[in-house]
Design a protein around this ligand. Structure first.
Ligand code: FMN
Length: 406
């Protein structure tokens, strides 16, 4: 079998020698999702606690593409949960406005999609890849594609409410190696009018461990005629070319690599436009970007929550810079942006970006799991009954805390 992906990790950003380091003229087309034409064919992955408006805007400043919101639950949105509404919010100049939704109830999904469309959203993505036990145990998240008729029902509810706004779905390969669901998901997506499908090349059992299976992405591409977005292990810009060339996929979705590296979208834009990307920034420039990011988080979430959120970003931005470990310890407890600046001022601004920090997993460390499904779930895979959704605000809050991932 072709081994598209499992090559030894390169320690630096040096591109592979066997193929051109940037796209040849006309080699790739814009990603077409319904009426939307996206260039470069690159998407910021939906990431809970990450892909909020401040970060999306920052990434977009470096290079165009599609910048998805983090997952927002349809039930929370319908109940007018304050945080759900805030996370679905956008800025007037954000285009395309792209929101990822999660839900397992057709009524919730249809209603949320109607409201988002009325509010001017340009693209909706549906998360059917969440591997979290609390969710799969009730038949939600990555358990949904196990039942193709249920997947079809939920997708139909969204597509029929979306009108001309394109709806895509995001899935994993399956539950585990013995229960692979992406071929069914691709067929359903195509039959139900999805504008595209994103495949994260891991099973729910694999969580984020091992190498993403790009063969599966190529296989899905060969089975459907709707656009396929490939996802998993794009750490450097040239990985995106490598994935597109080796799988034939129509676009790439970048997740963990851009945590603390938003300029990666500039590198991706350059490489797809046939140019050499700029070298990664020195620490002084990274600190300037951190400052912009921190201010935007504070503006958006308010001072307390904004600073709290920035703590994890500080750790991601400074990862790998020599002598930064002690600073990271202090930054993980910081109480204000002044404190952040004081700690960062102790570091040498001339430090070059460490090559060893390029292919580093900044979130969701390794490990696998045995996926929990509801009792007897596999006995009737033709069933299309939606799983139970949380009803009370307390149930919903507990549920939303557990969600995230795909
Ligand atoms: C912090 C974090 C939060 C995530 N939240 C979501 C989410 O809300 N929805 C989703 O579909 N996937 C989510 N994912 C999965 C990513 O979208 C992506 O599929 C995964 O990270 C693999 O891509 P990568 O190898 O480029 O990181 C999350 C991943 C991370 C690291």
């Amino acid at each position: 079998m072709k081994d598209l992906h499992k090559e030894p990790r390169r320690p630096s950003s040096s591109p592979p020698t066997e193929s051109p380091a940037h796209a040849r003229e006309g080699e790739f087309k814009p990603l077409q999702l319904g009426p939307l034409s996206i260039w470069p064919p690159v998407e910021l992955a939906p990431m809970a606690g990450v892909s909020n408006l401040p970060f999306r805007r920052l990434c977009a400043e470096f290079g165009a593409g599609l910048f998805l919101s983090e997952m927002i639950t349809a039930r929370g949105y319908r109940l007018e949960n304050e945080m759900s509404r805030l996370l679905a919010a956008s800025a007037a100049d954000e285009w395309p406005r792209s929101v990822q939704i999660y839900g397992a109830d057709p009524l919730d999904l249809g209603e949320m999609v109607k409201q988002l469309v009325a509010d001017g959203v340009d693209h909706i993505d549906m998360n059917f890849g969440c591997p979290v036990p609390k969710v799969t145990r009730h038949g939600g998240g990555s358990a949904i594609p196990v039942k193709p008729r249920l997947l079809a029902r939920l997708l139909r509810a969204a597509v029929s409410s979306a009108g001309r706004v394109p709806v895509t779905i995001k899935v994993r390969k399956g539950i585990d190696d013995s229960l692979i669901t992406y071929p069914d998901a691709g067929r359903v997506a195509q039959e139900e009018g999805a504008a595209g499908i994103c495949l994260h090349g891991r099973t729910a059992a694999e969580l984020y461990s091992g190498a993403a299976d790009w063969d599966a992405i190529g296989d899905l591409k060969s089975q459907v005629s709707i656009p396929v977005l490939g996802n998993g292990d794009i750490w450097e810009a040239h990985d995106a070319l490598r994935m597109m060339r080796s799988t034939g996929c129509d676009g790439v979705v970048v997740g963990r690599a851009c945590l603390g590296r938003p300029w990666l979208f500039g590198e991706l834009a350059a490489i797809f436009d046939g140019r050499d990307p700029a070298p990664p920034p020195r620490l002084a420039e990274v600190i300037r970007i951190m400052d912009r990011h921190a201010r935007a988080l504070v503006d958006f979430f308010g001072p307390e929550r904004g600073v709290y959120q920035m703590r994890k970003w500080c750790s991601w931005y400074t990862k790998g810079f020599p002598g930064s470990a002690a600073a990271r310890g202090k930054l993980s407890r910081m109480g204000s942006l002044d404190e952040m600046h004081a700690v960062l001022a102790e570091l040498d601004p001339e430090l070059a970006f460490p090559p060893g920090a390029l292919r580093v997993n900044r979130a969701k460390r390794g490990g696998t799991q045995r996926v929990r499904l509801p009792e007897g779930y596999l006995l009737c895979r033709h069933d299309d009954t939606p799983p139970k959704s949380p009803h009370t605000p307390e149930e919903l809050a507990a549920w939303e805390r557990a969600l995230g991932g795909g």
